[in-house]
Design a binder for this molecule. Structure first.
Ligand code: URA
Length: 210
């Protein structure tokens, strides 16, 4: 498998992912748990942010302490399921900027069609974290990353919850410079592009639609 891929193998994430996979999990619980998982995945995706030393004073004494250098961050959610992860990421980093990309998959061809694209300025100065719970065929993520690069993005990561080997291969081939961070690498896609075993349609699970 691609060396671009990091699987975050933390017991809390694996436990919560099992709840998300379970088809008896309610919409309310699904929404809450995906937010919690995103918080932990957010720690992983930002683990190489640079620190600087600052002088502070604790109630006891002065000290030099680490502080974020201030690298600008931008989360870009692929609508609509990306928003389920976005909430947890913003709990962790409330100051991050947010972009949205609207892409739908043609259910016949599985091709990606873009209908919305809005991002903050100075993308080239930011760490851009593209967010979608499911990396399935890879078509949507590839298209979103293409557009972000056209808009100026340079340092980018792709964050998902569950990836299919087919999607990882295709995305890594198209964007070898974009690391993929996921909580699980599943077995394969089925013939209508769903991940097996997966968790079903992430958007439907988050919003209680069918
Ligand atoms: N999108 C989803 O929501 N689920 C899948 O299994 C594949 C794509």
């Amino acid at each position: 498998m691609s060396d671009n891929l990091t699987i975050v193998d933390h017991p809390l994430i694996q436990h919560k992912l099992t709840i998300l996979r379970d088809k008896t999990t309610s919409t309310a619980q699904f929404r809450q748990v995906i937010r919690e998982v995103a918080f932990v995945l957010g720690c992983e995706v930002t683990q190489d942010l640079k620190l600087k030393e600052v002088e502070i004073e604790t109630p006891i004494e002065k000290m030099t302490a680490p502080y974020l250098e201030g690298k600008k961050l931008c989360f870009v959610s692929i609508l609509r399921a990306g928003n389920g992860l976005l909430d947890g990421l913003l709990d962790l980093i409330p100051s991050a900027r947010v972009g949205h990309v609207g892409i739908y998959r043609d259910h016949e061809t599985l091709e990606a069609h873009r209908y919305y694209f809005k991002t903050p300025d100075k993308l080239g100065e930011r760490l851009v974290v593209l967010v979608d719970p499911m990396l399935a065929t890879g078509n949507t993520a590839i298209d979103a990353a293409n557009e972000l690069k056209k808009a100026g993005a340079k340092a980018m990561k792709f964050l998902c919850l569950v990836a299919a080997p087919e999607g990882v291969e295709k995305f890594s081939a198209a964007h070898p410079d974009v690391p993929i961070i996921t909580a699980a690498l599943d077995r394969q896609l089925n013939d209508v592009g769903y991940i097996m075993p997966g968790l079903g349609d992430a958007g439907d699970r988050i919003y209680g639609t069918k």
